[in-house]
Design a protein around this ligand. Structure first.
Ligand SMILES: CCCCCCCCC/C=C/C(=O)SCCNC(=O)CCNC(=O)[C@H](O)C(C)(C)COP(=O)(O)OP(=O)(O)OC[C@H]1O[C@@H](n2cnc3c(N)ncnc32)[C@H](O)[C@@H]1OP(=O)(O)O
Ligand SMILES: NC(=O)C1=CN([C@@H]2O[C@H](COP(=O)(O)OP(=O)(O)OC[C@H]3O[C@@H](n4cnc5c(N)ncnc54)[C@H](OP(=O)(O)O)[C@@H]3O)[C@@H](O)[C@H]2O)C=CC1
Length: 271
C-alpha cells in the first residue's frame, strides 16, 4: 500500500477552543470519516455525542478522544430503527443541546442496477436517505434553540451518476434535495444545512491490500491523483459549523480532487 494513500494528513487550520460550550450529535462515530470528525470536534472543545451499531467501535473512538479539550459520550443505535433513533436524539438534545448534527452513518454495496433487488434498493434508500430525514427532523427543535447546523456526508458526483451505485447515488441526490429544501424552510430559525461530497476516502475497507486494484482505479479517475483524507473532511465539517460558515447553507461541497469532473469513480465495469 502506498503510504501516500492513507497517511494521516494535517488539515487543521481552525483555532483551539472554537467549540467550547458547543455540542454535536454524530452518527457513524465508530469508524472512518465519522471517527475523524468526532476527534477533531473534541479537539476544538466540543461535547460530542456519537452513535453507530457496534459499541466496541464507539469505545475505541472514546479511547482516542480521551485527554482532548472536549468530551465524547456515546450509545449504540441503529439509525434505521425510527423510534429508537428519535428517542436518542431527544435524549441528547434535552441533556446537552445540539449545535451541530452530522449525518455520517451510511453505506451501500456495489452492484449493477440489474442485480439490485427491491429489498436491496429499499435497504440502501432507508439507510442513506430516509434515516437521514428522521434524524434531522428529530433534531430540529434542538437545532432551532441553538441556531445550529447540519452536515450531511454524501458522495462526490451525486449529481452525475456512477456505475455500481444507482441506489446510493439516488439516495444521496435525495439528501441533497432535502438539504436544499430544509435550508429554505429552516433559514428563518437560523438553521443551516449542507452536504459534503468526499471522493475516494481510504478508510478501513479500502486500506486492505485486497482492495488495492479498486483503489488504484479510483485514484486514477481522480484528476488530482490523491484520495481524500478523513482529516480534511473533518476540518470542512468544523469550518461549516464555525462562525465563518454563517451564510453557507443549502450547499454541496465536493472535496474530491476534481473527481466529479473526471471520468467517474465507477465502482463496477460496464456490464
Ligand atoms: C464521480 C462519482 C463518484 C461517486 C463515488 C464516490 C466513491 C464511493 C465510495 C463509497 C465508499 C463507502 O461508502 S465506504 C462505506 C462502505 N461500507 C458499507 O457500505 C457497509 C455498509 N453497507 C451495508 O450495510 C449494506 O450495503 C446495506 C444493504 C445498506 C445493509 O442493509 P441490510 O442490513 O438491510 O442488508 P441485508 O439484509 O444484508 O440485505 C438487504 C438486501 O440487499 C441485498 N444485497 C446486499 N449486498 C448485496 C450485493 N453485494 N449485491 C447485491 N445485493 C446485495 C441483499 O441480497 C438483500 O436483498 P434480498 O436478497 O432481495 O433479500
Ligand atoms: N470511504 C469513502 O470512499 C467514502 C465514503 N462516503 C460516505 O461517508 C460516510 C462514512 O463512510 P466511511 O467512514 O468511509 O465508512 P465506514 O463504513 O467506516 O462508516 C460507516 C459508519 O456508519 C455506521 N453505520 C452504518 N449503518 C448504520 C446504521 N444502520 N445505524 C447506525 N450506524 C450505521 C457504521 O457503524 P456500525 O457498522 O457500527 O453501525 C460506520 O461507523 C458514509 O455515508 C459513506 O457512504 C462518501 C464518499 C466516499
Amino acid at each position: 500500500m502506498s503510504s501516500s494513500y492513507n497517511e494521516p494528513y494535517d488539515a487543521s487550520v481552525l483555532r483551539d477552543g472554537l467549540f467550547v460550550e458547543k455540542s454535536a450529535f454524530v452518527s457513524g462515530a465508530g469508524s472512518g470519516i465519522g471517527r475523524a470528525i468526532v476527534l477533531r470536534l473534541v479537539e476544538l472543545g466540543m461535547s460530542v455525542f456519537g452513535t453507530g451499531r457496534r459499541v466496541e467501535m464507539l469505545e475505541e473512538t472514546a479511547k482516542r478522544a480521551g485527554g482532548k479539550a472536549g468530551t465524547f459520550t456515546y450509545k449504540p443505535c441503529n439509525v434505521r430503527e425510527t423510534e429508537a433513533i428519535e428517542a436518542l436524539v431527544r435524549e441528547v438534545g434535552e441533556a446537552q443541546g445540539i449545535d451541530l448534527l452530522v449525518n455520517n452513518a451510511g453505506g451501500q454495496f456495489f452492484a449493477p442496477g440489474t442485480q439490485i433487488s427491491r429489498r436491496g434498493w429499499d435497504s440502501v434508500i432507508d439507510l442513506n436517505l430516509s434515516a437521514v430525514f428522521t434524524v434531522t427532523k428529530a433534531a430540529h427543535p434542538y437545532l432551532k434553540a441553538r441556531r445550529g447546523s447540519v452536515a450531511n456526508i454524501s458522495l462526490s458526483g451525486v449529481d452525475r451518476g456512477s456505475m455500481g451505485l444507482a441506489h446510493s447515488i439516488a439516495a444521496r441526490a435525495g439528501v441533497l434535495g432535502m438539504t436544499r429544501s430544509l435550508a429554505l424552510e429552516w433559514a428563518k430559525d437560523g438553521i443551516r444545512l449542507n452536504c459534503i461530497g468526499p471522493g475516494t476516502v481510504v478508510t478501513e475497507g479500502l486500506a486492505v491490500e485486497a482492495a488495492r486494484p479498486m483503489l488504484d482505479r479510483l485514484v486514477e479517475a481522480t484528476p488530482m491523483g490523491i484520495p481524500t483524507s478523513v482529516e480534511e473532511v473533518a476540518e470542512l465539517v468544523a469550518f461549516l459549523a464555525s462562525p465563518a460558515g454563517r451564510l453557507m447553507t443549502g450547499q454541496l461541497i465536493q472535496i474530491d480532487g476534481a473527481a466529479h469532473l473526471g471520468p467517474g469513480l465507477h465502482m463496477i465495469a460496464a456490464e
